[in-house]
Design a protein around this ligand. Structure first.
Ligand SMILES: NC(=O)C1=CN([C@@H]2O[C@H](COP(=O)(O)OP(=O)(O)OC[C@H]3O[C@@H](n4cnc5c(N)ncnc54)[C@H](OP(=O)(O)O)[C@@H]3O)[C@@H](O)[C@H]2O)[C@@H](O)CC1
Ligand SMILES: Nc1ncnc2c1ncn2[C@@H]1O[C@H](COP(=O)(O)OP(=O)(O)OP(=O)(O)O)[C@@H](O)[C@H]1O
Length: 330
């Protein structure tokens, strides 16, 4: 079955009719109007409200999320920061950044709230990192990681350790370059994985020659080969979440401002939402929906205040209000 949700539409059709979805949806909504789609979107939005753990005194530090971010290199220190601070501000208790030595002091200087381990490019990186992994609930791989073969070799071994520990993964940015080169590294992975490609990364991942079909069609062969529990969250003017042969679109919010770091924020928020979802046995695509909603609404709010001068940092300042509006049970 195909499930397609935009802020305006949600439809179900048989898998064999995917190619006629556009015509189908037009006639469907002419027949039923937009109220039905709105109510179904509301149902998904309601599910996202169930994700956040209550802020009660019986929970100890760490339970709301211990997230590991693998990224940060000489060139890119902003990306892992945006991801990590967003993960924390959405509600994780502890966020660990595993980065290259040159990036360590820089990221530490942005924020005393992050635990920064500049050991990713050290000779015994995997041995040093392994003891930390057992504390983590979700591992995010990629923001500002860089594309050095030596870095990818360490990441391959880290994914191997995560596989043994059945750790859920979110893979973004340069992490997706690595997976595009070596998809077998996540084949039959024993825990949920979310891949978060932008337009360019999606093409690299599923193959540039997979035709003009929908993203759902174009990714089906790639996903079938991978096996396991893989979700693809495609970032675009409408975000699209693909899992189990279904596609859910998220639109609304956002603005024309495309400053760097918005995808990093999405990856960071997703890591926290994913931990909460899995803890409650909620499907990963609900966590994906929440992360898209958060990113798009932070963009819209920040843009309303800052216009063209808006950057990712302005969006981070909006997390509290957007969270209150969308994800707190009232
Ligand atoms: N402050 C920091 O530290 C930040 C660091 N970052 C880090 O930088 C690293 C590289 O990431 P990346 O995003 O530059 O690489 P990638 O996605 O391959 O793009 C390469 C080219 O693809 C194209 N392109 C992209 N999107 C497109 C679209 N929607 N539609 C169409 N085309 C599109 C576009 O091509 P062009 O427009 O130049 O022709 C673009 O130049 C990575 O580690 C990341 O985490 C960022 O997170 C930002 C903040
Ligand atoms: N064309 C677009 N129109 C409106 N919003 C968009 C568009 N493209 C992306 N977005 C929004 O920006 C978010 C991040 O997408 P983007 O393509 O910038 O990711 P990215 O390249 O990984 O970002 P980063 O700069 O962090 O690396 C998307 O989830 C979506 O909310």
């Amino acid at each position: 079955m195909l499930l397609s949700l935009t802020s305006k539409s949600l439809i179900k059709v048989n898998r064999t009719r995917v190619c006629t979805i556009s015509a189908f949806s037009k006639s469907f909504f002419r027949a039923f109007g937009s109220n039905m789609s709105q109510s179904l979107e509301n149902q998904i939005a309601e599910k996202t409200k169930q994700l956040a753990p209550p802020l009660t005194n019986d929970r100890h530090k760490g339970q709301a999320g211990r997230i590991g971010v693998f990224g940060g290199s000489l060139e890119f220190t902003g990306a892992p920061y945006y991801s990590a601070i967003t993960s924390l501000k959405v509600g994780a208790d502890l966020v660990y950044v595993f980065c290259a030595k040159e990036a360590g002091l820089v990221i530490k200087s942005y924020s005393p709230e992050l635990i920064v381990l500049p050991i990713l490019d050290q000779p015994n990186a995997v041995q040093q990192i392994e003891p930390w992994l057992k504390r983590l609930h979700v591992v995010l791989i990629g923001p500002g990681l860089g594309r050095l073969p030596s870095t990818f070799a360490v990441i391959e071994r880290i994914i191997g350790v995560c596989r043994n520990k059945k750790l859920p993964l979110v893979i973004d940015a340069d992490g997706l370059i690595f997976v595009s080169q070596k998809p077998d590294v996540i084949k039959d992975y024993p825990a949920p994985i979310v891949l978060t490609p932008n337009v360019m990364e999606f093409g690299r991942l599923v193959g540039q020659n997979t035709g003009d079909g929908t993203k759902l069609e174009r990714s089906s062969c790639f996903l079938n080969k991978l096996g396991g529990q893989v979700t693809i969250l495609c970032k675009d003017h409408e975000d699209e979440i693909i899992s189990n042969g279904k596609s859910v679109k998220v639109s609304g919010g956002g603005s024309g401002r495309r400053s760097g770091g918005q995808g990093d924020m999405l990856g960071g928020s997703l890591s926290t939402f994913l931990h909460w979802a899995l803890e409650k046995q909620v499907e990963p695509n609900i966590a994906c929906f929440a992360a898209c909603r958060l990113t798009r609404d932070c963009n819209a709010r920040a843009f309303a205040k800052q216009g063209r001068s808006m950057t990712a940092v302005d969006m981070i300042h909006e997390i509290h209000d957007v969270f209150e509006e969308n994800f707190e049970l009232k």
